[in-house]
Design a protein around this ligand. Structure first.
Ligand code: UT7
Length: 328
């Protein structure tokens, strides 16, 4: 049994190719102004044709291991949160395990869409605290560009590719590390955000492809309203349950889906925007990769110091939503 799990390293990776709002203007009926005003996004990254989700995950993982001063062989578990796996089978975590040479590590994926990284963090935290594992790599990685309908302006302007990773290690210091994680789901609302084709409901067929069912479908405005409501009460409850006030939080790291959702959540908490991590302008919505990328960038920018309280929150398909409170 260990008393806590602490983050000992972070890493992230963004593919080189940049797709700007102006590039999108040439592809669908949209404008730079609309995208910035409605989402806050100016550009996003797109994986090269030969890059897979596990390739992006591998770059982020190597950076996290480097920052922790650890070798891949020291890992005993790898958990990858992704909505866009390399293949339906095997897990992307197994592909990553092979690429890293982490031969001692067990490996599996977690599927909770944009909340996936926080769900994976909760699983890793529980396994470390139970004493079954000591050194767990938790990764969020996505190549969403392969699941976008590049003819659908209501979704293709939102998402981007990328990966982020953290190394979580067992510690006997109960006053630091993952202090609490809250996980929620409402499966009745699955239709608001989903990929209809390619699974057992609608197996791959010529008709399924013709009907463009292999792409992400979202009822954006309805999703937006549920997200704002769910996240506002989630962040307030997370602080209350831990006996903290917004002024105790050094940095809020929200899932980077929409600047208007982030502003509403921060405002409900009374959190000034200079203590909110933002990178969606450059990165877009990278689903499960969003929070670990933002966390790594915040750490590299010197925005997180030892013993700081950090609040993470996410919302996504499922519907799912989640938060985590960390003492750095
Ligand atoms: O990360 C997982 C969770 N995802 C989210 O949390 C995303 C939640 N949703 C959103 O972020 C927002 O709903 C969007 C950014 C997707 C859309 O913003 P909105 O303010 O909810 O706009 P809307 O969907 O109500 O659309 C308003 C108008 C519509 O035109 P009409 O019907 O008013 O004539 C759309 O057809 O904007 C139109 N529109 C666009 N116009 C230009 C939709 N997409 C575009 C576009 N460019 N790309």
């Amino acid at each position: 049994m260990h008393l806590s799990s602490t983050i000992t390293g972070t890493g992230s990776y963004l593919p080189e190719r940049v797709l700007t709002n102006h590039d999108l203007e040439a592809m669908v009926d949209t404008t730079d102004e609309w995208i910035i005003e409605r989402t806050g996004i100016k550009e996003r990254r797109i994986a090269a044709d030969d890059q897979t989700t596990s390739d992006l995950a591998c770059e982020a993982s190597k950076a996290a291991l480097r920052s922790a001063g650890r070798q891949a062989q020291e890992l005993d578990l790898i958990i990858v949160a992704t909505t866009t796996p390399d293949m339906l089978m095997p897990s992307t975590a197994c592909m990553l395990q092979a690429k890293l040479g982490a031969s001692r590590a067990a490996a599996f994926d977690v599927s909770a869409a944009c909340s996936g990284f926080l769900y994976a963090l909760a699983v890793a935290n529980g396994m470390i605290r139970s004493g079954s594992h000591k050194r767990v790599l938790v990764v969020g990685a996505e190549v969403l560009s392969r699941f976008m309908d590049w003819q659908d302006r209501s979704t293709c302007v939102l998402f981007g590719d990328g990966a982020g990773a953290v190394l979580l290690e067992a510690s006997d210091d109960k006053n630091r590390g993952i202090m609490s994680v809250k996980l929620h789901a409402d499966g009745k609302l699955w239709e608001l955000l989903h990929i209809p084709g390619g699974g057992s409901t609608e197996p791959i067929s010529h008709k399924m492809i013709e009907d463009r069912l292999n792409f992400i479908k979202m009822r954006g405005n309805e999703t937006f309203k549920v997200a704002v409501r769910a996240l506002e009460s989630l962040v307030v409850d997370s602080l209350k349950e831990n006996g903290l006030k917004a002024s105790d939080i050094a940095l809020l790291i929200p899932h980077q889906a929409n600047i208007r959702i982030i502003l509403a959540t921060a405002s409900r908490l009374g959190m000034p925007m200079d203590r909110v991590m933002l990178n969606l302008e450059r990165v877009g919505n990278t689903s499960a990769a969003s929070i670990p990328i933002a966390m790594d960038e915040a750490a590299k920018q010197g925005r997180i110091s030892e013993n700081d309280y950090i609040l993470l929150e996410a919302f996504g398909a499922g519907l799912t939503w989640a938060s985590a409170l960390i003492k750095w």
